[in-house]
Design a protein around this ligand. Structure first.
Ligand code: GUN
Ligand code: FE
Length: 455
């Protein structure tokens, strides 16, 4: 009888396709020593009872209680870790003013490692408590504080992908907050990559360095070119902002005579491991280029409502084969919860949709076939994020990491409206997606390790 590092018995929800949820009722999830789901056993399987019995009396067996359900851990594809310090504030002005008035002064404070540690420990704890097991982070321009964020992810067990931000153009960035010069920006980035790769060797879940030009306006041509080369040489992920606001999109058009997507591609910055935040103003050609290069969109629906007054036609880009995940964009988006962002993704899409349940002729108002379902929003927060990062995460499926949330629907202090013992599991899933708060998230696991438990 094969012995596993952990066997979990319970009912799980996972994406089968972007549109379809798979319900795994009372299955056994058999996790190996590397924290990978090696086998999932259905109750009908001939050895179901044998596998369960072999582990039942050990500390390696976990049976979910009545009212508890498993979801994959969420993948947040866009978080500005330092901006956690101003989350919920500073949303009264447009992007360009917001950066200069609030955000650059805040990020400049991260030269102070004690301050950085306080904020970074809090943001990693907060995301874990909200069910986010993998996060793609922008840190700041500071090399040491950026390494510190990766170390905090490593020690708390979160799968952090972390970028030291590059902002080298002295014309565009304030003197108090930018790289010393282009050469230093590239040298610091390379040293950062090497140190985080070394750090990763001591982790089970992995931490990853990410090449991170903040956005085209903050970088010189030399830096963009050098960063594309560094990413290729070290085979790293790449992240930036792409066609986010009218101002940023217009700036790139004036400078290069093309859209962000094609400009980024010219510098080698659109690859299978690239994730571009926002992408509000992609056109059909930009989206085709994303699909062709394997570049993913990080969809940030809360932030987009504030900075771009925009709803992206996500359903259309999904149909075109673009990889898409969900991002909180802390603090352009105020919420650290991907539940909140999944809800907003659905709500915003309904505002883009044409007509009102067929009351108006198609296309008389809005855009046909725009709506996202809650199943699709869940896919973006889980499997879509995993595919965007080209990592085996975001599904409760064989060969995937055991990154999971245990949701408790039956807490006395925070009951979900479940009254019918025979309520279809698909409905329970929807109630979880719409109504869960952090207090319902009882345990969070990354790569087979318990990383958050609510007391
Ligand atoms: N564009 C450049 N920097 C930023 C940032 O920090 N947040 C957002 N939302 N957009 C940006
Ligand atoms: Fe952002």
């Amino acid at each position: 009888m094969k012995e596993y590092a952990l066997v979990v018995q319970g009912t799980a929800f996972t994406s089968r396709t972007p549109k379809e949820i798979e319900v795994l009722k009372d299955h056994l999830f058999c996790i190996n020593g590397k924290g990978v789901i090696e086998r999932i056993v259905a109750p009908e399987a001939s050895d179901y009872v044998t596998v369960a019995d072999a582990h039942r009396e050990t500390s390696r067996f976990k049976r979910l209680n009545e009212g508890q359900y498993l979801l994959p851990g969420f993948v947040d594809l866009h978080v500005h870790a330092p901006q956690w310090a101003q989350s919920g504030t500073a949303l009264d002005i447009p992007l360009y003013d917001w950066l200069n008035t609030y955000t650059f002064p805040l990020e400049a404070k991260f030269s102070d490692l004690a301050f950085a540690r306080n904020v970074y420990e809090d943001v990693v704890d907060t995301l874990l408590a909200n069910g986010t097991t993998t996060a793609l982070y922008f840190a700041t321009v500071h090399k040491e504080a950026s390494v510190l964020l990766a170390e905090i992810c490593a020690s708390k067990g979160q799968r952090g992908l972390v970028g030291k931000v590059v902002m080298d153009d002295p014309e565009q960035n304030p003197e108090y907050y930018r790289d010393a010069d282009t050469n230093t920006a590239l040298k610091d980035t390379e040293e950062f990559i090497v140190r985080v790769k070394k750090l990763a060797e001591s982790t089970k879940q992995g931490v990853y360095p990410v090449v991170t030009p903040r956005f085209i306006p903050s970088c010189t041509d030399e830096a963009l070119k050098g960063l594309g080369e560094l990413a290729a040489r070290h085979d790293t992920h790449i992240q930036s902002h792409c066609s986010e606001s009218d101002w940023a999109h217009g700036y790139v058009r004036d400078r290069f005579g093309k859209h962000d997507a094609f400009a980024l591609n010219d510098f080698g910055l659109l690859t299978e491991k690239s994730v571009m935040a926002h992408c509000n103003f992609l056109d059909e050609d930009d989206a085709s280029l994303f699909a062709k290069t394997g570049t993913a969109v990080s969809h940030c629906p809360i932030s987009n409502a504030y900075f771009a007054n925009s709803v992206i036609p996500i359903a259309r880009w999904l149909d075109k084969g673009v990889e898409i995940g969900l991002g909180s964009d802390i603090s352009g988006g105020f919420s650290p919860s991907l539940y909140d962002n999944a809800r907003q993704a659905v709500i915003s899409s309904r505002m883009l949709e044409d007509g009102v349940n067929g009351e108006l002729p198609a296309a008389e108002r809005g855009v046909p076939n725009s709506r996202l379902t809650i199943n699709e929003a869940f896919y973006l927060a889980t499997a879509g994020g995993g595919e965007s990062l080209s990592l085996p995460i975001g599904r409760l499926a064989e060969g995937y990491a055991w990154d999971a949330q245990i949701i408790d629907t039956s807490l006395a202090a925070a009951r979900l409206p479940l009254y019918d013992a025979n309520e279809p599991l698909e409905d329970i899933f929807q109630k979880i997606m719409y109504l869960v708060r952090p207090e319902h998230i009882r345990e969070v696991w990354v790569q087979g390790e318990l990383v958050h438990k609510r007391g």
